[in-house]
Design a protein around this ligand. Structure first.
Ligand code: ZN
Length: 351
C-alpha cells in the first residue's frame, strides 16, 4: 500500500489543513491500526497525534511516511493540535467528529474550524490492486464457509451455533476475524433483515445467512438463503425466484457511469413486476472496504456515480412478516466495462 501517494492525493484536494479523526481513514492514509490517533494533514506536510500507548508503533508508521511528524500527547489533544494549526483554518470530518470535540477544538485554535465531507472517503472508494486482492481473499473465505453449509447446518443445534461455525470456517480459510456476528435466521425469523442469531433450532425449512470476515482490514459481505430438507414451500420458491431475478438485474446494471439510484431501480423494478416491491424494505447495496458500509451507496436516493475500482454489494431481499424472507448478496467490483462478481458461491434455494 503506497501511503505517501494516498497522502499526496489527499493534499491535492485540500485548500486548508484537514484533521482526520476517522480511524479507518487514518489507517487508509498511514497504515496505523491502533485505536488512538488524529492526523493533521496540511498542504505540504502534517502531524500524527497519538497517546503514550501507541508512541512506539506510531513512530514506525510515521517513519515510513514523507513529511509527517509524530506528536505523542499527554494532555488534551486539542491543545497539541491547536499548537500545530496556528492561525490556519482547519477542516474537520463532519461525519465523524462529535459536537463536543468540534467545540473544544474551536475554543483551542485561533483560526477557523469548518466542516468537510468526503475528502478521504472519495479516495477510499477506488480500490487499488492490493485492496482488491484483500477483498477477494475475504470474499473467498466467506465462500469457503458457504460451501460447507449443509454439513455445518446438520452439525449444530441453533442459529447462534451455526453463526459461530461459519466464523470458524472463515478463519480456517484466511479470514482474520468475523466482520460482525453472522445473521442466521430460520423460518419466520428471516422476515427480519437483521435478525439476531439466537436459540431457534436449525432444521428443515428456510435459512437466511448474512455474514462476512476481514482480511488485512478489508471486509467481505455476502448473503444466501437456502431451504434445508425436502421440497421448498411454494411461497419460499416464489420469493426466491423474484429475489434472484432482481439480484441478477442489479448486478447487470453495475457499470462505470451508472448511478446508485439506477442500480437500485434495476433491482426494485423486478420485484415490482412480481408484486413484491413493498416487501423490499432496505436499499440495494453499499460500498465495502476498510468499513463494512462505505461509499458509494446504492439506494433510491443515491446520486453516487459508479467508477472503476468501486466495490459494492448488490443485496435485494423480500421480507414477509410472520412468514419469512429471502436475501441474496454478492460483492461486485466495478471494472472498466461493467462489473466483476467477487462472491462465487452458487445460488439456488436448494443448496
Ligand atoms: Zn451488505
Amino acid at each position: 500500500m503506497n501511503h505517501d501517494k494516498r497522502l499526496q492525493n489527499l493534499r491535492s484536494r485540500l485548500d486548508d489543513a484537514l484533521l482526520v479523526t476517522d480511524l479507518a481513514n487514518i489507517r487508509y492514509l498511514t497504515g496505523f491500526t491502533g485505536s488512538s490517533a488524529f492526523l493533521l494533514v496540511t498542504t505540504d506536510g502534517g502531524t500524527f497525534f497519538t497517546d503514550g500507548r501507541y508512541g512506539e508503533v506510531a513512530g514506525a508508521v510515521v517513519e515510513a511516511l514523507t513529511g509527517i511528524d509524530l506528536q505523542v500527547h499527554t494532555g488534551p489533544v486539542t491543545d497539541d493540535i491547536a499548537q500545530h494549526v496556528g492561525e490556519a483554518t482547519v477542516g474537520l470530518e463532519a461525519h465523524h467528529v462529535t459536537w463536543d470535540f468540534a467545540r473544544r477544538l474551536g475554543e483551542a485554535v485561533t483560526g477557523e474550524v469548518k466542516p468537510t465531507s468526503g475528502l478521504v472517503s472519495d479516495l477510499r472508494r477506488l480500490k487499488d490492486a492490493d485492496e482488491v486482492e484483500a477483498l477477494r481473499r475475504a470474499a473467498a473465505a466467506g465462500d469457503a464457509a458457504f460451501a460447507q453449509i449443509q454439513q455445518l447446518a446438520s452439525s449444530v443445534a441453533t442459529e447462534a451455533e451455526l453463526g459461530r461455525a461459519l466464523i470458524s470456517v472463515m478463519e480456517e480459510n484466511g479470514g482474520n476475524r468475523a466482520g460482525w456476528e453472522p445473521i442466521v435466521a430460520v423460518g419466520a425469523n428471516a422476515s427480519l433483515p437483521h435478525h439476531r442469531a439466537g436459540e431457534s433450532a436449525i432444521g428443515d425449512g428456510l435459512l437466511l445467512l448474512d455474514y462476512g470476515c476481514v482480511v488485512d482490514g478489508y471486509h467481505s459481505d455476502m448473503s444466501r438463503t437456502v431451504w434445508l430438507g425436502g421440497e421448498p414451500s411454494e411461497e419460499a420458491s416464489r420469493m426466491y425466484t423474484a429475489v434472484l431475478e432482481s439480484q441478477e438485474a442489479g448486478i447487470a446494471a453495475v457499470r462505470p457511469g451508472a448511478t446508485g439510484r439506477e442500480v437500485d431501480e434495476a433491482c426494485r423494478a423486478v420485484l415490482r413486476s412480481h408484486g413484491m416491491e413493498e416487501y423490499f424494505i432496505h436499499s440495494t447495496g453499499h460500498g465495502v472496504g476498510l468499513d463494512i458500509h462505505e461509499m458509494p451507496r446504492l439506494s433510491r436516493v443515491s446520486d453516487d456515480v459508479l467508477a472503476p475500482g468501486d466495490v459494492v454489494t448488490v443485496e435485494p431481499g423480500v421480507y414477509v412478516p410472520g412468514s419469512g424472507g429471502v436475501r441474496i448478496e454478492d460483492m461486485v467490483l466495478v471494472t472498466e466495462t461493467g462489473g466483476e462478481v467477487l462472491t462465487t458461491s452458487p445460488k439456488g434455494l436448494v443448496p
